[in-house]
Design a protein around this ligand. Structure first.
Ligand SMILES: [Zn+2]
Length: 442
């Protein structure tokens, strides 16, 4: 696992500052020299042959750093428009040394040319404390990046043991617009829901308030108010920090929950959550675009890895539409009430909560090999889960069993619920049934 931590420098002397400026302007100028040759090169190696000798003669930078610049240019070749204006300089172990002074102050000594070096003293602030706690816990670093301000980005690395995936419980997460994360803990032996939780309702509320305030300020800013523009910038930062903090906190809470139950975590695979134009009305669009989807997932993933908790990303196909009571497919959100899921069989539930359950079940499905003997039998209610599988997945499956009884043997009689299913028809091979608790904890 990798993490980047940015360390802040102490106030640099004017001599060091000008050295740093020199170093960066040199690096930028060679980057732009390499950029000029980019159209003539088909590969990174070709680019190297075209540029290296010439730059080596004229520049004071060591060969390693020149090559890093060339790699940078190659990596950014598709995005760059015009010339490079800012950059960071990646240094490997040969070109920096980390040590402590006699007084115990941390210092990075940077070698910027053979036998030429200078030291950047590190400020002992919160970032430094975090860095120390990482290195004390077995994280190591091999590379650093020097930033123009004198800050140092350290790439920390640590290997974690592979998680054991045989646990009894599955924790399904649905990320939604009204509740950031709805969680279902599912017992795969008893085939029952153990607990259900809602996390981050406050995030939605606060986000909505931020949005209103921003709209009001924006209209003033459009009329030319400088004060409104300043306030708007401030508000944007505040909102970003708030969302980031809460996403991290909620991810942590969920991982603690998974630790408590020794559960594996299931979450929907990353998809483009931005609403398409015309897909929903404007209000729903706003709601969807406010979900801190990426941040939350990132926090969840890194936390899961750190605590060796298995994390499965599942295909979200029909997870919001599937009825856990009868297996039918309905609209994910009820037209009259966005928070509700209603089925023709009479089942009514919070739609996010239901989706989190479907995510847990789907994760079980994706991990289970199906045949006659080990059919996943989940319930007396026998709600089919075929709706959760893509039609091509079902037809690809070769076993011919259509219905299974509670002992796992196929039965010839389709049950009543099967006939009642509304939308889905076609070969029903993977026949998995699922029981939901009659009384879900609220
Ligand atoms: Zn139903």
């Amino acid at each position: 696992m990798r993490k980047v931590l940015v360390l802040n420098p102490m106030q640099l002397t004017s001599k060091k500052s000008s050295l740093l400026d020199n170093l960066f302007s040199e690096y930028l100028s060679i980057s732009n020299l390499i950029l000029e040759q980019l159209p003539n090169a088909k590969t990174s190696t070709e680019l190297h042959h075209l540029t290296y000798q010439k730059i080596r003669k004229s520049s004071f930078l060591p060969s390693d750093i020149i090559q890093e610049a060339r790699k940078d240019v190659w990596a950014r070749r598709k995005k760059i428009k015009g010339l490079f204006r800012n950059c960071s300089i990646r240094l490997n172990k040969r070109w920096f040394k980390f040590r402590k002074t006699k007084r115990g102050s941390p210092v990075f000594r940077i070698t910027y040319s053979p036998r030429q070096s200078f030291a950047i003293p590190i400020s002992k602030d919160r970032q430094w404390q975090r860095f120390q706690s990482f290195t004390d816990n077995g994280w190591s670093f091999g590379n650093i990046s020097l930033l123009k301000s004198g800050k140092i980005a350290v790439l920390l690395e640590k290997e974690f043991p592979k998680p054991n995936d045989e646990g009894r419980y599955i924790l399904g997460i649905d990320i939604g617009s009204s509740t950031l994360a709805s969680v279902t803990i599912f017992d795969r032996y008893k085939k029952k829901v153990v607990r259900q939780y809602y996390f981050g309702k406050d995030v939605t509320l606060r986000q909505r308030r931020y949005a209103e305030r921003r709209a009001a300020l924006q209209s003033l800013a459009d009329k030319g108010s400088e004060r409104a523009k300043r306030a708007l910038r401030k508000l944007k930062n505040k909102q970003r920090n708030f969302v980031k903090t809460r996403s991290g906190q909620i991810a942590k809470q969920i991982i603690n929950l998974a630790k408590k139950y020794n559960a594996s975590v299931a979450i929907e695979r990353l998809r483009n959550l931005r609403a398409k134009r015309g897909e929903f009305n404007r209000r729903s669009n706003q709601k969807i675009n406010l979900i801190p989807y990426g941040k939350f997932r990132e926090f969840l993933k890194s936390n899961a890895e750190m605590f060796s908790i298995p994390l499965h990303e599942i295909d979200a196909y029909h997870t919001s539409k599937w009825c856990p009571m009868c297996g039918a497919l309905n609209d994910g959100h009820h037209k009259g009430n966005y928070a509700l899921y209603k089925c023709k069989c009479g089942f009514v539930c919070n739609s996010d909560r239901k989706a989190s359950l479907a995510v847990a079940v789907k994760s079980l499905l994706e991990r289970t090999e199906f045949n006659y003997t080990n059919v996943v039998q989940i319930s007396s209610r026998r709600a089919p889960v075929n709706g959760l599988l893509r039609p091509d997945e079902i037809s690809r499956s070769s076993c011919g069993a259509t219905y299974c009884q509670s002992d796992g043997k196929p039965s010839s009689e389709p049950n009543v619920l099967e006939r009642q299913r509304t939308k889905f028809s076609g070969p029903t091979c993977r026949w998995v049934v699922y029981k939901i608790l009659t009384r879900l904890p609220s």
